[in-house]
Structures are given as C-alpha cells and as structure tokens.
Design a protein around this ligand. Structure first.
Ligand SMILES: [Zn+2]
Length: 247
C-alpha cells in the first residue's frame, strides 16, 4: 500500500497549464521529460491524470474499437486538407503534453499518435466523431485491433490491454473477441455514413471537395492490403480471416 501511494504517476500536462500542475503538487522529471505526481495527490490534479490512474474511472481504460469495414479510410486525414488535419492532430498532442491520454506513456520512436474517437449508431448506421486524443503506439495498437492482427502484433497488444486494464490474459482475449464479433456485425452493412461535424464545429475547418472519393479509394486500398496480409497467414491464424471474409 505504501509503495502504491508513493509511486509516481505520469501526467498529461499541456505546456500552458504547467503552473497549475505545479500548484496541485506535480513535479517535473527532467530525465523523463514528464510531469509526475504521487498516487495519493491525484485528486487535486484530475484533469491531467491519464485514464488508467483516475480514481473516478473504472476499467476498461483501453479496448479495441474497430471501424466497420465499409468505413475504413473514412477519417479526418481523407476529408480535410493536410494543414487542417495537422492542426487538429497537433492540438491533441499539445492538450496532453505529448503523453498518452490512457496510460501517460510515450512511444520510443514517436511519442504519441492521434486517435479519432468514433461513436456508432447501429440503427441509423452513422459513425460520429466525438473527439481526437493522443495515444501512445501501444494503446493505439489496442484501439486498432484489426490492423494490429493483420500485422501479427496481437500477442503484444493483448498483453498490453491486460496490463493497462488490470486484467488477466483470458479477460483481455475475451474483450478482443467481443470487439471482433461487434466488428463482424457492423461490417455486414455497406451503407454506413461518417459524420465529422465535431471537427468542423470545433476547428472551423471546411472538408475538401473530393474527400468522399479519396476515402472510397483508401477504403479499397485498405481492404486489399488486409486481404493480402491475412491471405499470407490465414493457414495458422484463422480468426483474422473474419477481417476480410465479409465482402
Ligand atoms: Zn498508452
């Protein structure tokens, strides 16, 4: 218990809020380039605390969240001019002090990646953007479960999902299977629509004219890529066949 309370937790502190973090009891660790605080001080620092350490949140902090196949490629990168997407992406990094919003970690090559948070209306079949956050490559790999599996990285992603959520391997595997089942159900439909009005509202951006065409091209490319990758290993990893069998 004593060890748990004195363990330093990494925080997501935007540069312009560093004084607020210091007032709340956080200290800057120069070696790790990270604001940190003891576990028993987190209540005063709640806006900066990564999800997995927040006392008011429960697991799962990270789980697979798969995009239906008909919507692969339908994202802000396709619909917006590169400079607009870069602005939104970099704002997500800045808001978390370039730390993972889920675990507070950073990747070795590049620290964080932008993750679009989609909500799914299964009745009306609309995918709606709710926000963009920073994730470390490990947490991002769990989110994009299908891609992770086609790249044969599922063992590491399962282990990470278990660690972050405080689960055993079986619980993590069950969560992965549920996500796959849900993806399978959603991917039976080809009439999904994509709503990015959150980005338009929040950042006053205007979607490019041929975004939809570009997204469709990307969709075909990603489906082909997945089929090729899965085809190579389908003999011994049967469950990832689900990824491409539907169409
Ligand atoms: Zn992370």
């Amino acid at each position: 218990m004593v060890i748990a309370l004195t363990t330093l937790i990494p925080l997501c502190v935007p540069f312009e809020r560093r004084k607020e973090a210091a007032r709340g009891g956080a200290t800057f660790n120069g070696e790790q380039k990270c604001w940190m605080a003891p576990r028993d001080k987190l209540d005063a620092l709640l806006p900066f605390v990564p999800y997995r350490y927040r006392p008011d949140r429960e697991a799962p902090y990270i789980r697979p969240w798969m995009v239906p196949q008909a919507l692969w490629g339908f994202n802000l990168r396709a619909f917006l001019a590169p400079e607009d997407w870069n602005r939104i992406r970099k704002d997500a990094y800045a808001r978390s002090g370039s730390r993972c919003r889920v675990c507070g970690g950073r990747g070795p090559q590049w620290p964080v990646e932008a993750d679009e948070g989609w909500a799914y209306d299964d009745e009306r079949r609309i995918q709606t953007l709710k926000g963009v956050i920073s994730l470390c490559p490990d947490c991002h790999g769990v989110r994009h479960w299908g891609k992770t599996m086609t790249e044969d990285r599922q063992d590491a992603a399962l282990a990470w999902m278990a660690e972050v959520n405080g689960w055993n391997h079986t619980e993590a595997a069950r969560c992965g299977d549920q996500a796959m089942k849900q993806w399978h159900t959603r991917s039976r439909h080809t009439d999904w629509q994509c709503d990015i009005s959150w980005a338009i509202r929040t950042y006053s951006v205007v979607p490019i004219r041929d975004g939809e065409t570009l997204a469709r091209e990307l969709n075909r490319k990603f489906v082909r890529q997945a089929q090729t990758r899965v085809g190579v290993r389908a003999g011994h990893i049967t469950h990832i066949e689900h990824l491409t069998r539907e169409r």
